[in-house]
Design a protein around this ligand. Structure first.
Ligand SMILES: [Zn+2]
Length: 118
């Protein structure tokens, strides 16, 4: 496969998935300081969903946290149900900065695990 075919294939993969946490292109997450305490079950489902995700593509160079500046990752991840792609170490935003993903992501995470955590 040449580089043009590879880029095209990656673009198609990206377009065929729902996207989360790509701040500039898809600003679909927001800060909610109360989320972490209020919605424990949903948070645990989201973190597990992220933890069980796999690398789909890697890039040269690192992304830095938009809030505190630490290095996060250099890859995109895909959820275990193959629905969402998001940047590596996205969980940092949930854990450290109380970022709440969009509702659709939360619902998919909960549905995937049919959450009964208590
Ligand atoms: Zn940070």
């Amino acid at each position: 496969m040449n580089i043009d075919e590879q880029i095209k294939q990656e673009d198609e993969f990206r377009e065929s998935h729902k996207k989360l946490g790509f701040w500039t292109a898809y600003p679909n997450s927001w800060f909610n300081p109360g989320w972490k305490d209020k919605e424990k079950i949903e948070i645990r489902a989201c973190l597990k969903y992220i933890e069980d995700s796999k690398i789909t593509s890697s890039y040269m160079g690192w992304a830095n946290c938009r809030v505190c500046g630490i290095e996060l990752g250099s890859s995109d991840m895909v959820t275990p149900d193959d629905k969402w792609i998001f940047p590596e170490k996205y969980e940092h935003y949930l854990i450290e900065h109380h970022v709440q993903p969009i509702e659709e992501f939360i619902l998919d995470a909960v549905a995937y695990y049919k959450v009964t955590f208590q």
